[in-house]
Design a protein around this ligand. Structure first.
Ligand code: DQA
Length: 144
């Protein structure tokens, strides 16, 4: 099975960015963690990050066309982007929304997600450990 891990804006700055909120793991560490999890699960995992909404929408179209299971941390887009939501609505394989921080313990605007109602499931607040958990679930429920 193939799966994509798609990370949105500012997640390329993990490790540097508000470490008290997001921890000290860098994005490169996160890529290594996801790839190692894929190896363990016999799954081919590709991790991508972008600060460009159009690029993310293109990746979501690719996942829709290829019926790929995904792990999506849409970061700030989660809270306001109807365009990202509309792209997610085209996904047919299972997919998991992940947030590193517990968005429900933070500012009120982070409690609302345009994506959660469309996701197969949501993992929040478990740090980067949410990603391998999501991949493990997809390996069992992600389809072909
Ligand atoms: C985040 C939470 C979002 O509110 C925030 O905008 C992010 C990261 C998380 O992983 O905790 O950039 O998605």
């Amino acid at each position: 099975m193939r799966a994509l891990v798609l990370n949105g804006p500012n997640l390329g700055r993990l490790g540097l960015r508000e470490p008290e909120v997001y921890g000290s793991t860098t994005h490169a560490d996160l890529v290594a963690l996801c790839e190692a999890t894929g190896d363990e699960l016999g799954m081919s995992v590709t991790v991508r990050q972008t600060d460009d909404e159009g690029r993310m929408i293109g990746w979501l179209h690719e996942a829709a066309d290829e019926k790929l299971p995904i792990v999506l941390n849409a970061a700030a887009w989660t809270h306001y982007s109807i365009a990202i939501r509309d792209a997610c609505a085209q996904l047919t394989a299972p997919w998991v929304e992940v947030h590193i921080s517990n968005v429900h313990q933070r500012e009120e605007f982070r409690s609302h997600s345009y994506l959660s109602a469309l996701a197969s499931g949501v993992i929040v607040g478990l740090g980067v450990a949410g990603y391998p958990l999501a991949l493990r679930w997809l390996s069992q429920h992600g389809g072909s």
